[in-house]
Design a binder for this molecule. Structure first.
Ligand code: ADP
Ligand code: MG
Length: 605
């Protein structure tokens, strides 16, 4: 028996959590990071890199590095034309088929790329359990979250990604539902919950109703291109404008980006910080980003209107997503709904925590109330004249079943086409086509004689299977509805085998990644020290002549070798920088202690 985890597979960041002694906890790496950037890079030789390591390759190997894969899950080429034009990597695929992303001479489907992220999370969790001394540390099952608006194709693609990563996906659940679960809001008898999710590249608002453990999505709205990235881009532009027309390398721009993100994050906690050597205050920052934050409010009002609710009828507001750490965001959301939003849990961890809670409920059956969701769109089949006959109505609590009887319209008809559709409109052409299949082998009978029963079944993940049975002959055919933009079972199987074949190169890559991550930690710590307000004083008073220069050279050396794949060189230079900064670190430490003590003395007087 392996372990079960909850996974938030995000557009910008992904993470994994599990329930320990009855409470959900996120799994962190050695340096305390829970978030794995949802970035994947694939080398010419097929070696893959994930997370922070892949982020580093964004500036050195952009054409082989992909981000925001979640945007392509369950999509066809035609769906993503506009999006693809703006991206540095190649988005391809046959018309009417699955999207394929070209990286280093090889093509990958979105579920395959997502599976690389999931495999990293699985590995992290296994390393964690092994380090805890667990004998049985293999992670083989997971609950994975998706946005509430994800359709059948996008959910299936997510489940496929899990399977390719070697995970049995127990359940796909909605992100806002997961966030509500993390706060235990399913224990309310009844109530309305607004989940405001402001992440890296997307904004989602969901209005949910919970009633006796059943979560119903009343309305969703949002903007698929509105998130923290926008703040970063705006701040970078401002800095570039300050540089005049100076030509900057991709790497220099990347450094500016890093600096503005640092400043942004600092200002979520403090009133002021330094940005590229200048003073930067929260007041200035808020004035810059205010128009972007304001753009989240209209979708909130629209979602409320769609749900037929006034802001005052919302009982709980939940904040999700890293960008809700910004005080201005919290303030404006609080004003809109007229109540203080929940923010006791880390907003970028809360979805994974909820997924872990759901995984635990599934495993232990510990909670009497079963958590249920509803299907967001009606499902039906095409009947005569291009009309849709609905078999399961929207907002049905899942798992759900429905069936209807049909017959033939032509004499001696031996086959019937079943065309499965999703949507609310009356005409076939206005709904989304999910699948087509044919029930064959009906013995010739007069028109109207055969009795064909079409049965729909939506499982707990919101994934549909359809059975057609001719009752007079007991002829039956079942399809698990593979959305038009989905992978076949054989493809998923082959991808799983492929991933095993790469296990060895991936192991070498892992050692390299670990070396680079350690190097990155030292680089960041050093750069942070340089930015300290007290640094100028330290440099003047405590450092030996040439000491700062030595550190700077070690820093440049390490940053240079970090671009390469030479692990030995990286280890060596990490040591050089570590040695060069040892004295500086002591000085900083002593000064901080002194300052703290001085503060105490003042209080005591
Ligand atoms: P997603 O769900 O979209 O994958 P997250 O919820 O992890 O992403 O949000 C990532 C975004 O949150 C990034 O734009 C990041 O810069 C931003 N972010 C993270 N921490 C903070 C903070 N302390 N202050 C402001 N923004 C933050
Ligand atoms: Mg998210």
């Amino acid at each position: 028996m392996g372990k079960v985890v909850g996974i938030d597979l995000g557009t910008t960041n992904s993470l994994v959590a599990y329930v320990r002694d009855g409470a959900p906890v996120v799994i962190r790496d050695k340096s305390g990071d829970a978030l794995v950037p949802s970035v994947v890079s694939v080398d010419e030789d097929g070696t893959s890199y994930v997370g922070r390591e892949a982020v580093r390759r964004l500036s050195t190997d952009a054409a082989r590095t992909v981000y925001s894969v979640k945007r392509f899950m369950g999509k066809g080429v035609d769906d993503v034309q506009g999006e693809a034009r703006l991206l540095p990597f190649a988005v391809r695929g046959e018309a009417g088929g699955v999207v394929r992303i070209g990286l280093g001479g090889k093509e990958f489907t979105p579920p395959e790329l997502s599976s690389i992220i999931l495999r990293e999370l699985k590995r992290r969790a296994e390393a964690h359990f092994a380090a805890e001394g667990e004998f049985d540390f293999e992670v083989d099952r997971a609950v994975i979250t998706v946005p509430a608006y994800f359709n059948d194709a996008q959910r299936t693609a997510t489940r496929d990604a899990g399977r390719i990563a070697g995970l049995d996906v127990l359940r796909i659940i909605n992100e806002p539902t997961a966030a509500s679960l993390a706060y235990g809001l399913d224990k309310r008898h009844t109530g309305v919950i607004a989940v405001y999710d402001f992440g890296g590249g997307t904004f989602d608002i969901s209005i949910l109703r919970v009633e006796d453990g059943v979560f119903q999505v009343l309305a969703t709205n949002g903007d698929t291109h509105l998130g923290g990235d926008e703040f970063d881009a705006l701040l970078v532009q401002r800095e570039l404008a300050r540089c005049g027309d100076a030509m900057l390398s991709a790497e220099q721009i990347q450094d500016i980006r890093k600096a503005v993100i640092h400043a942004k994050i600092d200002l979520s906690d403090g009133e002021r910080t330094t940005l590229l050597g200048r003073d930067f205050t929260r007041v200035e920052f808020e004035a810059i980003i205010r128009p972007i934050v304001d753009r989240t409010l209209a979708p909130c009002r629209q979602a409320l209107a769609d749900a037929g609710l006034k802001p005052s009828e919302v009982d709980e507001v939940v904040l999700v997503g890293g960008s809700t750490r910004i005080p201005l965001v919290r303030r404006l959301v609080g004003e809109l709904f007229g109540r203080t939003p929940h923010s006791e849990l880390n907003p970028d961890e809360v979805v994974a925590l909820g997924a872990a809670v759901q995984a635990d409920i599934l495993m232990t059956g510990n909670r009497e109330m079963l958590l249920l969701d509803v299907t967001p769109l009606s499902l039906g089949i095409e009947t005569m004249g291009g009309v849709v006959s609905k078999i399961i109505l929207r907002n049905s609590t899942i798992p759900a079943t429905g069936s209807e009887m049909f017959t033939t319209g032509v004499e001696h008809q031996t086959a019937v086409d079943i065309h499965v559709l999703q949507g609310e409109r009356e005409l076939v052409q206005d709904n989304r086509s999910l699948a087509r299949f044919t029930l064959r082998g009906i013995p010739p009978m007069p028109a109207g004689m055969p009795r064909v029963q079409v049965q729909f079944q939506i499982d707990a993940n919101g994934i549909l299977s359809v059975t057609a049975t001719e009752l007079r002959t007991a002829l039956e055919q079942t399809v698990e509805v593979k959305p038009s933009y989905g992978l076949t079972d054989e493809e998923v199987e082959r991808m799983l085998i492929d991933s095993f074949e790469h296990a060895e190169t991936d192991f070498a890559a892992r050692l390299l990644i670990e070396a680079k991550n350690d190097a990155e930690s030292v680089v960041q710590a050093t750069e942070k020290t340089f930015r300290l307000p007290m640094f100028a004083e330290i440099a003047a008073e405590d450092l030996a002549p040439g000491e700062q220069k030595r550190i700077e050279q070690a820093l440049i050396g390490l940053k240079h070798v970090m671009q390469s794949s030479n692990r030995d060189a990286i280890l060596q230079w990490t040591k050089v920088l570590n040695d060069a900064t040892r004295h500086l670190a002591e000085v900083v430490m002593n000064r901080s202690v002194k300052e703290a003590l001085a503060g105490k003395n003042v209080e005591q007087i």
